[in-house]
Ligand binder design. Structure first.
Ligand code: SAH
Length: 252
């Protein structure tokens, strides 16, 4: 009987290879086949063996190189052919990474799946920008939402941002203006401080700050590009939230 390979859904973290788990490093170093998306840092891919096969299924908001169904089919096909597959994803596979769909497809085909968690970009960005997502004096709740994805207007964010709460928005660059509007319609104060963190945990990281009402201008004038996160809440404006050495302040 044919050996069936295992699919490893591996979190590659936000960029810096130092933030990989030991399990991720071991799997990448011994991999024969790595299927990765566009967010995986080249420095992480460089850890694979020289003879490893690297397959990019890079996705961007406007352009899907490979539709999700085909990615699922690729993983299953390779595993059924007897190969172990390292499926490398930026951040954590189960945080806005479609890891759930890929794991389901594998299980449905009788393929074994292992999930290796990664540092999700919200945690990496917060650490690099020295923003404590929770803080006894400022926030006891933190939420992660997607600013693009299925119908922004249908998403109910009421109560996720505000006093004592921190909201982290993934994939929110393109829809920054609608996001600001939506939150203010929900009753959030226009003065609520926020930080936009671009290329977190990479040498070209930037941290930009503004009040909520200034988010659209901040993104436009600061020429913010994906990947970037928006962190909204009082924790972003604490005196001790000093930015790292790569950071630049956007002058209001
Ligand atoms: N699974 C990933 C998220 C994938 S969705 C994770 O756990 O981080 C893609 C979004 O993640 C991007 O649009 C951006 O909002 C965020 N992101 C990923 N890497 C990032 C980085 N290095 N800096 C800032 N944001 C990042």
């Amino acid at each position: 009987m044919n050996k069936v390979g295992t699919v490893y859904l591996v979190g590659a973290g936000p960029g810096d290879p130092e933030l990989l788990t030991l399990r991720a490093v071991r799997l990448i170093e011994r991999a024969e086949l790595v299927v990765h998306d566009g967010l995986v840092d080249p420095a992480v891919l460089a850890m694979a063996r020289r003879d490893a096969k690297l397959v990019s299924v890079a996705k961007s908001r406007a352009r899907h190189t490979l539709p999700q169904g085909e990615i699922n089919a690729l993983l299953v096909r390779e595993a059924l052919a007897g190969r172990d597959v390292i499926r490398l994803k930026g951040g954590d596979p189960f945080v806005f990474g479609r890891g759930g769909e890929e794991a389901e497809a594998c299980r449905a085909a009788g393929v074994r799946v292992e999930i290796v968690p990664g540092v999700t970009s919200a945690l990496g960005a917060a650490a690099a920008a020295q923003i404590a997502l929770t803080h006894r004096d400022a926030a006891s709740v933190v939420s992660f939402v997607a600013g693009q994805c299925k119908g922004l207007s249908e998403q109910n964010w009421a109560g996720l941002a505000g006093k004592g709460r921190t909201l982290v928005i993934y994939m929110g660059v393109k829809t920054a203006a609608q996001i600001a509007e939506k939150l203010m319609e929900d009753g959030l104060a226009p003065e609520m401080p926020l930080a936009v963190i671009e290329n977190a945990c990479r040498p070209d990281m930037r941290v930009l700050r503004a009040p909520l009402a200034g988010l659209p201008e901040l993104v436009e004038q600061g020429r913010v590009r994906s990947p970037a996160l928006i962190i909204i809440g009082e924790v972003t404006a604490r005196e001790d939230a000093v930015v790292g050495r790569f950071a630049a302040e956007f002058a209001q």
